[in-house]
Ligand binder design. Structure first.
Ligand code: SF4
Ligand code: SF4
Length: 96
């Protein structure tokens, strides 16, 4: 018997081989996950997003390892952004 598999994540897709391209996207803070204040930007209407620096990346990205320095406290949006998802593949296609 053979079982056809669908939506299997390509094992070559890994955050370790990625330049954190998704961490250049705007990240809205819609729940309190404990993001440190220094990484939060508040716009004129009071909405909170992750602060991005002049290089375009979220300020919480470690510029040497390109990994998240606040992983345990990362925003809900970042938790929902799944490795190998269509959004991930789209960002990798454009950013890598
Ligand atoms: S989730 Fe996808 S785009 Fe984001 S760092 Fe991981 S592999 Fe790269
Ligand atoms: S909080 Fe972490 S996972 Fe989310 S955009 Fe910033 S560096 Fe990336």
């Amino acid at each position: 018997m053979s079982i056809s598999l669908h939506n299997v994540i390509d094992p070559s897709i890994s955050c370790f081989s990625c330049k954190a391209v998704c961490c250049k996207l705007e990240v809205m803070l819609i729940t309190d996950t404990g993001v440190p204040k220094e990484h939060i930007k508040i716009d004129a209407w009071g909405a909170e997003t992750m602060l991005r620096l002049d290089d375009g990346w979220c300020s919480a990205v470690d510029r040497d390892t390109m990994m998240c320095t606040i992983y345990q406290n990362r925003p809900w949006v970042c938790r929902e952004f799944a490795t190998g998802s269509q959004e991930c593949l789209d960002e990798r296609r454009e950013g890598l």
